[in-house]
Design a protein around this ligand. Sequence first.
Ligand SMILES: [Zn+2]
Ligand SMILES: [Zn+2]
Length: 335
Amino acid sequence: MNALPTRMRAMVLNRAGAPLDCVERDRPRPGPHQVLVRVRACGVCRTDLHIVDDELPGIRHPIIPGHEIVGEVVERGPSAELPAGTRVGVPWLGWTCGSCDFCRKGQENLCGSARFTGCQIDGGYADYVVADERYCFPLAGGLDDAHAAPLLCAGLIGYRSLRMTGDARRIGLYGFGAAAHIVAQVARHEGRECLAFVRPGDDEAARFARELGCSWAGSSDSRPPAELDAAIIFAPAGPLVPAALAAVRRGGTVVCGGIHMSDIPSFPYALLWGERTVRSVANLTRRDGEEFLALAPRIPLHTEVTTFALEDANEALARLREGRLTGAAVLLPGA
Ligand SMILES: [Zn+2]
Ligand SMILES: [Zn+2]
């Protein structure tokens, strides 16, 4: 194998609230069960904003964010088996204990000792990343690197959220960004109807939602034309919870797909009455990843991306924060 460079570029969060610093540092080395991955593309997730804003527990500083990584294995550590040249996806779930009750019951997404890529483990806003191969997903052909990156979190969490709606036929999607634009395609593939709720005045997002097959798209403060069987909230706004409850039928479920949300205002019990359910979706399991990545090419899923150079990560984050993106932002370190 050609000698790899000993140094690499990385966008580093040194302290909460600071812009990411573009630095040159030593390339990491893979330890046991780990592979060194050359990053080809890394998606920018809303969770990265919550990490910058210090809204999640246990964030390590300094940290390289980024957990929607598509890259190529270039070196393996002891006991690692993925051959060099393998195209892999590196997701948010980076490590779990394997022995707690949750891990043993197929709920590794809830493991109390779990470590997450781009939060406790350096992530993909860099030329190279080291990842535990047992948590990586080999990626077949299909989408190119940039278009595959958003599947690794927006797609996966969206998929898990959709599963939590059971057999709901008519689903409201609150916040039509990276996750919703993928979920809408999966739901439509399964013969479900999607309605999109966007920020008041965001005509571009409403147009995008209709283009992806949503039967209705309107402002999040408006009532849908028909009762929903379920709703998925991707926008980090607590007031959407009572709004969604008011829009779902008796027995319906409201799924909160984000990792962080502003406070939920109090609301009359009547909104929950009628056996309505509010639940959250936390992280992902490897099984979610295997199922979803096998399903993606069969649909086939398409993603809308806006690409940025690695050094422009701060600009990508700013545009995500301000809602000035259609689909997903993706960094391309090789560009
Ligand atoms: Zn565990
Ligand atoms: Zn994410």
